[in-house]
Design a protein around this ligand. Sequence first.
Ligand code: NDP
Length: 345
Amino acid sequence: MAQQHNDAPQNTSLTAASFKAVHLSRLESGETMAEIIHVPLSELPPGEVLVRVQHSTLNYKDALAITGKSPVVRQFPMIPGIDFAGTVEQSADDRFQPGDQVILNGWGTGELRWGGLAQYASTKADWLIPLPKKMTTEQAMSIGTAGYTAMLCVIALERHGIKPESGPILVTGANGGVGSIAIALLSQLGYLVTASTGRVHETEHLLSLGAQAVMDRSALSSPNKPLQKENWAAAIDCVGSHTLANVLASTRYGGIVAACGLAQGMDLPSTVAPFILRGVTLAGIDSVYAPLAIRKQAWERLSHEFPERHRISTVRTIGLTQVIPLAEQLLAGKIRGRLMVDVHA
Ligand code: NDP
């Protein structure tokens, strides 16, 4: 049973007495137990804004939290889910009124405070952004944190002065959530994109997203020389480790690599050679604590620049009950694109 919070928001006007959620607890053995339970609404931790969640997503980080494979969850019991979109039901902050539609990404949600894989969430007003006018909650969460992170990467490349005529852009982890949306966004903006993947049998799909070429990720995943042939004007790396080292080593003079992920590993077995001999820039991308202004910019751009046909082709809708079994598959790299969760399905 979930822990009691005495100063939970007043809920007399609410329609639900309890809500369905993915619930994580820690067993004495140290393992994480994940289950679907009904949580009394009175047990929600206090927050300035109470949101009736409509859609969330199953992200790589959520899968780590649910399986307990990495210490993502900092306190138990926890409801995972690093993002959600829904409708404000109660607000103690003037910026949000009941009925407003909102998005939340990160800020420790699903790690330090109860998250979006649930029918209700309470949160700080500072952490919410209004849903862009052209978007539904379903569209927003089928793009989710992966799409928002992909857009942060694209913005980093643009801020560095990379233009379509600068040359080819490499995207690693191409069949994943971030990678597949990054390919579609870059292609839509006119860039020539090479997709690096371990699933070359998905080549047709990657080409349909707008990639010009597809390469097998094995060419990048093992130790190699610190400076290699200058192939890429820029890159978006979702993978880290040797892959990131090789991407840096094959980026052109003055180019930039936006690093956002660690699917191969946390390490970076590289040298300073690409930085001091080729002026390559390594740009770190963090979606969790990114300032509000760039979040709004990223979501506004996503509402205009991410083609609807690609949104549909990269997303699969699931219900809360499918979240736990699919978390293992996600970590095993068996899921293509995005998993959007309709928390009321
Ligand atoms: P997914 O699980 O959807 O995709 C990861 C992809 O990486 C896989 O589809 C696979 O692509 C590739 N991959 C998996 N394992 C390996 C491996 N051992 N070696 C090389 N490539 C591998 O995750 P997301 O796209 O949602 O996220 C990608 C990364 O970005 C994750 O590490 C995630 O934690 C991180 N992330 C970071 C954020 C930030 O704020 N910095 C925000 C969101 C995500 P393929 O099959 O095409 O090879």
